[in-house]
Design a protein around this ligand. Structure first.
Ligand code: PLP
Length: 372
């Protein structure tokens, strides 16, 4: 075997995917991070039509202009971000957007502040880019919300960036406006970049989402269609930033994927311009499931924050064998430690599964794990 480059040698494959490979196919999956809904019909129709019309060629590296124009409108009306089509990049999911941010801006010697716990890919992308992670605690006492005072303590002369993710994977926490604004001010005063991953912005309950780009020029805002429109497999996302930043990002994007899938871009255009009732239905269903899972876990004695967004809860479960016992009993979950040291003593459960399945999963946990 030829030696791989040292930048990949230390990277571990995702533990979450591994979990699914070992468990029985009849198990109820509360491990998965994707909506259980199908792509709305109008989006499927738009993609089929575009293929029939042979709209299957390369697009501009940045993405089709009609889609970029719609993304600009979306940013203005929903996020208070003023941008223009030249500063939008349509990417292969938020994953690619994240990866190119790290490649374009992070190198050896740079520190990147990361919430602990957080989405697995953040750590991997920073490691591959050669940066150093500076974790900042998100604790259960603060309902896992990232606090600006804690961030301020971690800033050094080497701070290059911070990654924000509100609502959060794995905790469902939604940051407070004052913390977003204060971190935006810190980024201006201390010259560092905010990479704001807003992929769960629409999956939020009784709470408002705020974008740091409204308050600072040093922000790259990432988003995508995977969660809001259940388009995970179509691999389509986008980002915006100031012109100085998008030019650097474009270099990595261009030589990485050339452009996002044309078919998926057509679907994304329909997603933004078509009716939004499917999104509303999905969010209201997620809220019912959140209410169910939070109350059942608390009744079982597993302290659980009433998470305000995304489709995850992060109960406190100190039994180290819980995830294995639950999997044997037929419920797949993910150990919290997979998301960082503060995840230890917690388990991530996704409620992107039907109401009935969640009910059954909770019955199984109660009968076979808590009382078993
Ligand atoms: N960011 C977060 C916080 C996520 O949870 C995920 C997917 O699980 C992604 C980004 C990646 O999304 P995409 O499918 O757009 O690549």
């Amino acid at each position: 075997m030829i030696n791989p480059a040292s930048r990949t040698k230390t990277i571990e494959l995702s533990q979450i995917r591994k979990m699914f490979e070992v468990t029985n196919p009849d198990a109820i999956n509360l491990g998965i991070g994707e909506p259980d809904f199908d792509v709305p019909q109008n989006i499927k129709d738009a993609m089929k039509k575009s293929i029939d019309e042979n709209d299957t060629h390369y697009t501009s590296n940045k993405g089709i202009i009609e889609l970029r124009e719609e993304i600009v409108k979306k940013f203005k009306t929903e996020n208070g971000i003023n941008t223009d089509p030249e500063n939008i990049l349509v990417t292969a999911g938020a994953s690619e957007a994240l990866f190119i941010c790290a490649q374009a801006f992070v190198e050896k010697g740079d520190e990147v502040i990361l919430p602990n716990p957080s989405f697995l890919s953040y750590e991997a992308c920073i490691n591959i880019a050669g940066g150093t992670i500076v974790p900042v605690d998100c604790t259960m006492e603060n309902e896992f919300k990232l606090k600006s005072d804690d961030v301020a303590e971690k800033i050094s002369k080497d701070t290059k960036a911070i990654i924000l993710n509100s609502p959060s994977n794995p905790t469902g926490a939604v940051m407070e406006k004052e913390d977003i604004k204060a971190i935006a001010d810190l980024s201006m005063d201390n010259d560092f970049l905010i990479i704001s991953d807003e992929i769960y912005e629409k999956i939020i309950y009784d709470k408002k989402h705020y974008s740091p780009a409204k308050y600072s020029d040093n922000v790259i805002t990432l988003n995508g269609f995977s969660k809001t429109y259940a388009m995970t497999g179509l691999r389509i996302g986008y980002l915006t930033a100031n012109e100085d930043y998008t030019e650097e990002l474009l270099k990595v994007h261009q030589y990485n994927i050339a452009c996002a899938s044309t078919t998926s871009q057509r679907g994304a255009y329909e997603a933004l311009t078509g009716p939004q009732d499917e999104v509303e239905k999905m969010v209201s269903e997620f809220k019912n499931r959140r209410d169910l899972i939070v109350s059942r876990l608390n009744e079982m004695g597993y302290e659980t924050v009433n998470a305000e967004g995304a489709f995850y809860v992060f109960p406190k479960i100190e039994d180290k064998d819980f995830v294995t016992k639950a999997a044997k009993a037929g419920v797949i979950t993910v150990p919290g430690a997979a998301f960082g040291s503060n995840g230890e003593g917690h388990v991530r459960m996704s409620y992107a599964n039907s109401y009935d399945n969640i009910k059954r999963a909770m019955d199984i946990l109660e009968e076979r794990v808590v009382n078993g």
